[in-house]
Design a protein around this ligand. Structure first.
Ligand code: HEC
Ligand code: HEC
Length: 343
């Protein structure tokens, strides 16, 4: 503990000196330090992780956050837990088009997967939240008062919380613990990753052709880029834009005209495990999605210039689906096992 404090203040001093010279690499140095103990599956890149300095990953904190994630008493009504909507056995998303919230009402947008959130700072389809901690703290299914009242009255939670945070249970620590747990929901070591690592038998010929289309003729990679299959940007592909009063997405956060109808490019890892898809849950299958892009999305004034009719043959569309299926990876089974909850 003391040793790490000394190392960290030394690091801080060193950064202070070096900072003016090299502005950009500093972030990755800091994150890399925080990441030292993270074991990531094949295909994921630790230096791309976002872990705030004031919420480093520890096994105790992660275990406590996991219980809160599963505990319905976290919500204002005691009727939903995070896992009710982000279901571990459905790609950490919801088979329902719109999840039912703490008040028994449907949510306005489809529940996204929370796989590989470790690699993103901004959260939500619109990027409204600047961090995972902020996202948990402002989740609309909870209130500060009820979190303290419901969870704080459970002796085992109080005891564990005090051990980790050094004081009585309060909302920010609860949010930090849950965020730390969510950062462990990582998926990698998919057939695609094994293929890239040199095992040429890991992908079928069909999926290999799909990969070539994904990176070439079908242009998917212009947005679903990099090892996590997202460039973390907000794009208008036209979903829902043919409806009256469409959801304007990213625009509701920035008020920039060009952001109208833009939504966050989701990761495609584990995509075959979830569905329905898109911010409004309007596409039911991967076949439907590929057909959607093949026709050039939905025309509207703000459509991304990267979305155009693709003229893919029926076989090419099948190949793309086979490739998407090859992104189904492995998550440490312990991460998804329901924890016993204290009474
Ligand atoms: C009633 C269903 C429901 C519950 C309960 C719920 N969520 Fe969500 N979650 C959603 C929906 C819907 C969205 C997308 C909202 C939007 O973008 O406007 C979302 C978005 C998120 C995101 C952003 C994902 C991304 O790709 O940007 C994270 C992270 C998240 N939730 C974590 C949690 C955690 C942790 C809890 C428990 C504290 C929780 N959620 C509880 C439905 C739910
Ligand atoms: C211009 C950027 C862009 C391009 C090009 C693009 N996508 Fe997307 N993709 C997005 C965005 C943004 C979303 C979310 C849209 C929404 O919900 O409104 C999305 C959503 C998806 C989803 C749903 C994922 C989920 O969890 O709901 C899949 C699957 C997908 N895209 C596959 C593809 C494939 C395959 C291609 C190539 C044929 C492709 N995308 C091309 C930006 C893009």
């Amino acid at each position: 503990m003391l040793e790490s404090t000394i190392i960290r203040s030394f690091l801080g001093l060193a950064l202070l000196v070096v900072l003016p010279l090299i502005a950009t690499p500093v972030v990755s140095i800091r994150v890399a330090k925080a990441q030292e103990k993270l074991k990531l599956p094949l295909g994921l890149q630790g230096d791309a992780a976002f872990i705030p300095d004031d919420n480093l990953q520890t096994p105790e904190k992660i275990a406590l956050g996991k219980m809160f994630f599963w505990d319905k008493r976290h919500s204002a009504s005691g009727t939903v837990a995070c896992v009710s909507c982000h279901q571990s056995n459905h790609g950490w998303s919801d088979p329902r088009q719109f999840s039912i919230n703490f008040a028994g009402k449907p949510m306005p947008r489809h529940t996204p997967t929370i796989v590989n959130r470790l690699f993103s700072d901004q959260q939500l389809w619109t990027g409204l939240r600047a961090s995972l901690e902020e996202q948990v703290l402002k989740d609309l299914n909870r209130t500060d008062e009820k979190v303290v009242e419901h969870l704080g009255s459970i002796p085992a939670y109080q005891q564990e919380f005090r051990k980790i945070f050094g004081h009585d249970l309060e909302p920010i620590g609860v949010a930090k613990a849950i965020a730390a747990y969510v950062r462990t929901i990582v998926s990698g070591n998919s057939p695609y990753d094994r293929f890239v690592a040199g095992d040429k038998s890991a992908l079928s010929t069909e999926a290999q052709r799909g990969l070539a289309l994904f990176e070439g003729k079908a242009r998917c990679v212009s947005c679903h880029a990099g090892f996590n299959f997202t460039d973390e940007s907000y794009r208008n592909v036209g979903v829902g834009m043919d409806k009256p009063n469409p959801d304007l997405g990213r625009y509701t956060v920035t008020k920039n005209e060009t952001d109208k109808g833009g939504f966050k490019t989701p990761t495609l890892r584990d995509v075959a495990r979830r569905g329905p898809y898109m911010h409004d849950g309007s596409e039911k299958t991967l076949e439907e999605i590929v057909a959607f892009y093949n026709q050039g999305g939905v025309k509207n004034p703000w459509l991304s210039s990267d979305v155009k009719p693709l003229k893919l043959t029926a076989q090419e569309q099948k190949n793309l689906v086979a490739f998407l299926q090859s992104l189904t990876g492995e998550i440490d089974p312990e991460v998804g096992n329901p924890p016993p909850l204290p009474q």
